[in-house]
Write a protein of this length. Structure first.
Length: 185
């Protein structure tokens, strides 16, 4: 089933562990869209992991690279139906939030700290993405959610309950896209 999205990308935003990459890949397969993962694109372009980039150049430089890659990936997605999984911190920049809102359809995959902690404990990615602070993972996640919730809200066109299983989350997004495609939205 191919959904037409008027050639604007679908962006997935949310905290680390909210399922952006997994949902994006599944959804792209289900509805015949092209999938891009911003973190993977950045790492491939630089030839380094996020951890290596941050260790060498710091979070500030990483955020600059991330913003540039957001624009590059969006340009590559121009003219095709695409889903773009962003990094969890893409919303820290006001320019990025405006860019997301104005250049595509933004879905916030919203999940609580308990769910995120459980998911990250099952699938740790510390070797790829370093901690943001010296806090415990649980405290860091709680703090990050508090700091970023309003930022995700600001750029989201739709809020999706990412506490649900991946199939349900995909179906929720697919239903919204179907309504938009049929003009009933």
């Amino acid at each position: 089933m191919k959904l037409m999205n008027k050639k604007r990308p679908v962006y997935l935003v949310g905290a680390r562990g909210s399922g952006k990459t997994t949902i994006g890949m599944r959804l792209a397969f289900l509805i015949d869209m092209t999938f891009f993962d911003l973190d993977h694109y950045l790492c491939h372009k630089e030839g380094k992991s996020i951890k290596n980039i941050v260790d060498k150049d710091g979070w500030g430089r990483f955020r600059e690279m991330e913003a540039q890659c957001l624009r590059e990936v969006t340009q590559k997605a121009h003219g095709c139906n695409a889903i773009i999984a962003t990094g969890g911190g893409i919303v820290l920049s006001g320019e990025n939030r405006e860019f997301l809102k104005n250049n595509g359809l933004v879905f916030w995959l919203r999940a609580g700290d308990t769910t995120l902690c459980e998911r990250l404990a099952r699938n740790p990615v510390a070797s790829q993405r370093p901690a943001l602070t010296a806090e415990s993972p649980e405290n860091e996640i709680r703090r990050v959610l508090v700091e970023r919730e309003a930022l995700y809200q600001e750029c989201a066109h739709h809020i999706i309950d990412a506490e649900k299983n991946h199939d349900q989350v995909c179906q929720s997004i697919k239903d919204i896209l179907l309504k938009m495609n049929s003009g009933r939205y």
